[in-house]
Design a protein around this ligand. Structure first.
Ligand code: OGA
Ligand code: MN
Length: 208
């Protein structure tokens, strides 16, 4: 495929994410990355998991492990924004183009981003929350891309999106599916998976 067509396809994905956000509080896009990139990112996560490089994430400034696990049970590993890993590079370069597109079309002023791998073991969850904490004011937009091969509804692990008092949407963490929303506006919740690890990359577009 030539470069022009690829660029147009990418812009359609960006548009879909932004349209969803503007019309329904969140954007959804399938196959945000090619499967061989997703597969490379998944292998990275497996490697980090095997090497014991994934750790509980902190919530707020004072990190209390006991209290923390009542709220969220995932293990994470941050991705270096300057990473030279080929798969992380492809993802982060696309994120940078998305930020440019967003700043140009929506007059946002995103000037930083942070992403991490996340692994939810069976039965772990992340209770209903917003992504912008008091100590994380810089987070403007949340972005999640799922890495789960052949996920089925019976595996559980759905994400609830509290759109408004009368509307709770749900989505399952299917490979390549991407969710995008405002970090200080949309409450959401990760439900336990029943059968297998639930893996993803989560990130935030920031203004610092
Ligand atoms: C988060 C989060 C949602 C998901 O990491 O803050 O809410 O579906 N993740 O993994
Ligand atoms: Mn969240």
């Amino acid at each position: 495929m030539n470069e022009q067509i690829l660029m147009e396809q990418e812009e359609l994905q960006f548009e879909a994410l932004i349209d969803g956000l503007l019309n329904n509080q969140y954007g959804l896009c399938e196959s945000f990355m090619d499967t061989h990139i997703i597969s490379g990112l998944r292998d990275n996560l497996f490697k980090h998991r095997e090497n014991g490089e994934m750790h509980p994430a902190g919530i707020g400034k004072k990190f209390d492990y006991q209290k923390n696990t009542l709220v969220r049970g995932d293990l994470i590993k941050w991705i270096d924004n300057e990473s030279q890993d080929v798969f992380e590079r492809v993802l982060l370069d696309k994120i940078k183009r998305f930020i440019k597109y967003l700043n140009r079309t929506c007059y946002t002023s995103i000037n930083d981003y942070e992403f991490h791998y996340a692994n939810y073991e069976v039965n772990s969850f992340y209770k209903r929350h917003l992504d912008q904490f008091k100590s994380e004011k810089g987070r403007q937009f949340s972005f999640i891309i799922y890495l789960n091969e052949n996920w089925i509804t019976a595996d559980g692990g759905k994400l609830s999106l509290y759109v408004n008092a009368n509307k709770i949407d749900e989505t399952y963490p299917l490979e390549g599916r991407t969710v995008f929303f405002k970090s200080d506006e949309l409450e959401h919740e990760v439900h336990p998976s029943f059968t297998r690890n639930r893996i993803s990359i989560a990130g935030w577009l920031k203004n610092i």
